[in-house]
Ligand binder design. Structure first.
Ligand SMILES: Cc1cc2nc3c(=O)[nH]c(=O)nc-3n(C[C@H](O)[C@H](O)[C@H](O)COP(=O)(O)O)c2cc1C
Length: 553
């Protein structure tokens, strides 16, 4: 078996089934949207690393949380989403490898290119774990059974199990034919030191559906030929029967099957020859998908193994999707269509209690805002602003918070826009912040006034010159005949102000300040028993004071 054969393997589906050829072939690929995470004190043990990890900080104030963002955030959630869009639009062609090419690439990587098996296995296993964490959250899919074969594919499975443990999953390993080499012995030792249970085939329940949420099929990789032998033939049959059980009960919930590079038992180029093989829910192709991946019809096809050097790409004319941000995996093929009614999150958060909140909602807001910043959230200052005209007709849009103090919440805009017209008719508005990764929402209601001209001037000139020109160009909320009109005007103004002189603030541009009368802090909790603490301004003995109540979720 070629060195790190297990590291790559794939199979997409549903794409245009172009004719096979015995060199690399191509098909369309599309990209995913990122799943997001929840926050909880139990994150320490339950969250995949690709999600936000939260640690209660002993050194800081008691309710303060320290956040450590991982790849999904620091790698740029924005990058990922934009990359998804780019790739959707590119509708590019992805390459598929023959068995021979896959083996050759391995040899080149581990020969002239200087990689070791250990390195490639580590990257493969990490890619598999990262792909799993992208789709199956540890909150819902915590128990993972890694079925590991004797070769490199099995090694990938062992590495993936280790990473999954650190991502917050609870792995179990079935590794019936251990390979007596230091690399594999080391992996076993690492897993044992984490107290990951090793199960024999005999220990495995006949029906795997009750005890596991995810089954990682890491039995055979791309150098596999022929028919699986015992005990793997029996194990494969159990995976096949899982699928039949689920079909019989018209459901497909768990466990899900994640195949590493090749669904075990499939022909590496032709796929599931008799149609009686494993039908994985997820396939993680490694390096580049193998031809059999074209027959994959599950909902999640990912590519991992982010190390392919340009020389290999060139030699094999590989056309592979770009990896977003710092991610170790990327979705190939269409994201699955979702049943909107079934989209559901179970929020896990620390308790949010009356005795933890600050007496003033602005202070409390700042505290939560700081948490959002510390968590590395993108544009934590983005908020929905809702306004209504004098007839009560409502409208909402996003704006950016540009200041908050005891006087209220400030944003800037065009004073002739729709929102401005509505605010002139009805100076009441509401603001809404939603920090998904923290399971937090803040609702604010109040009255609105323009900020002083001086304040607007000051802020206007603090903006990048491009934004200043943009504000002059945009007659916000009016009809524009075409994008070119904006560009032309922008260019003209850019030329006009190219000498660096002061760009005057347009008169119709400035800030608004909402003075809050009601502020509600919401934190998601399990079983929809969310926390809602609402501050409202009341008068006590002629003085205004904030009154805090808990609202039913
Ligand atoms: C994240 C985000 C932030 C935005 N920030 C602002 C802003 O600070 N000021 C603004 O005028 N428009 C902002 N916009 C654009 C507004 O949502 C909206 O399109 C524009 O203000 C016109 O709204 P109107 O026609 O209802 O007045 C933002 C949009 C997004 C998505």
């Amino acid at each position: 078996m070629t060195a790190w054969s297990s590291i790559r393997r794939t199979m997409p589906c549903l794409l245009n089934f172009t004719t096979f050829c015995n060199t690399t072939t191509t098909t369309n690929f599309l990209f995913p949207t990122p799943p997001l995470s929840n926050l909880s004190p139990s994150f320490l043990s339950t969250q995949p690393s690709s999600h936000l990890s939260v640690f209660l900080s002993s050194s800081s104030r008691s309710s303060t949380l320290r956040f450590f963002s991982s790849s999904k955030l620091s790698g740029g959630m924005g990058d990922r989403a934009v990359s998804s869009l780019d790739n959707l639009q590119m509708s590019d062609k992805i390459s598929y490898l023959t068995q021979k090419d896959a083996a050759e690439i391995d040899e080149i990587l581990m020969g002239p290119l200087g990689f070791s098996v250990d390195q490639l296995m580590e990257l493969a296993g990490l890619s598999v774990a990262a792909s799993i964490a992208e789709v199956y959250r540890s909150n819902d899919y915590g128990r993972v059974l890694a079925l590991c074969g004797p070769g490199n594919n099995g090694g990938d499975g062992l590495v993936a199990a280790r990473h999954l443990y650190h991502f917050g999953y609870k792995p179990f390993v079935c590794y019936p034919k251990r390979t007596p080499k230091p690399l594999y012995a080391g992996l076993v030792t690492q897993l044992e030191s984490l107290e990951i249970p090793f199960l024999s085939v005999e220990d495995l329940p006949q029906d795997l559906s009750k005890d596991f949420d995810i089954i990682v099929d890491a039995m055979f990789g791309f150098s596999f030929h022929g028919k699986p032998r015992p005990p793997f033939d029996g194990v494969i049959q159990r995976l096949v029967s899982l699928h039949s059980h689920a079909q019989a009960q018209s459901r497909r919930i768990s466990p899900v099957i994640v195949s590493v590079d090749i669904p075990s038992g499939w022909h590496v180029e032709e796929g599931d020859l008799d149609g009686q093989g494993i039908k994985p829910d997820m396939l993680v192709s490694l390096t580049a998908p193998k031809l059999c991946a074209k027959k994959f019809c599950g909902p999640h096809h990912f590519l991992g193994g982010r190390f392919v050097p340009p020389s290999i790409v060139k030699k094999y004319k590989l056309n592979l999707p770009p990896y977003p941000g710092t991610s170790m995996c990327v979705r190939i093929g269409k994201p699955p269509s979702v049943d909107i009614s079934a989209l559901r999150e179970n929020y896990l958060s620390p308790e949010f209690l009356e005795d933890q909140v600050l007496p003033d909602p602005i202070d409390q807001f700042r505290r939560w805002f700081d948490d959002a910043v510390a968590a590395g959230l993108r544009e934590p200052n983005a908020m929905a602003l809702s306004t209504a005209d004098k007839g009560g007709k409502l409208s909402s849009r996003m704006v950016l918070l540009k200041g908050v103090d005891e006087h209220g919440f400030v944003w800037y805009t065009n004073y002739e826009s729709q929102k401005a017209r509505e605010l002139s008719e009805n100076p009441r508005a509401s603001l809404l912040f939603y920090w998904n990764e923290l399971n937090r929402q803040v609702r604010i209601e109040g009255t609105v006034q323009k900020v002083s001209e001086e304040e607007s001037e000051q802020y206007f000139h603090s903006r990048p010159r491009g934004s200043q020109i943009g504000a002059i160009v945009s007659k916000q909320s009016t009809v524009v005949p075409g994008r070119h009109v904006l560009h032309e005007e922008y260019k003209a103004l850019e030329a006009k102000f190219s000498d660096g002189k002061l760009i005057p603030k347009p008169e119709n541009w400035g800030g608004y300040r909402l003075k809050p009368t009601v502020v509600e802090f919401w934190q998601g909790q399990q079983s929809r028993l969310h926390d809602r603490l609402q501050y409202s301004l009341i008068e006590i003995e002629g003085k205004q004071a904030w009154h805090i109540v808990r609202l039913a979720p």
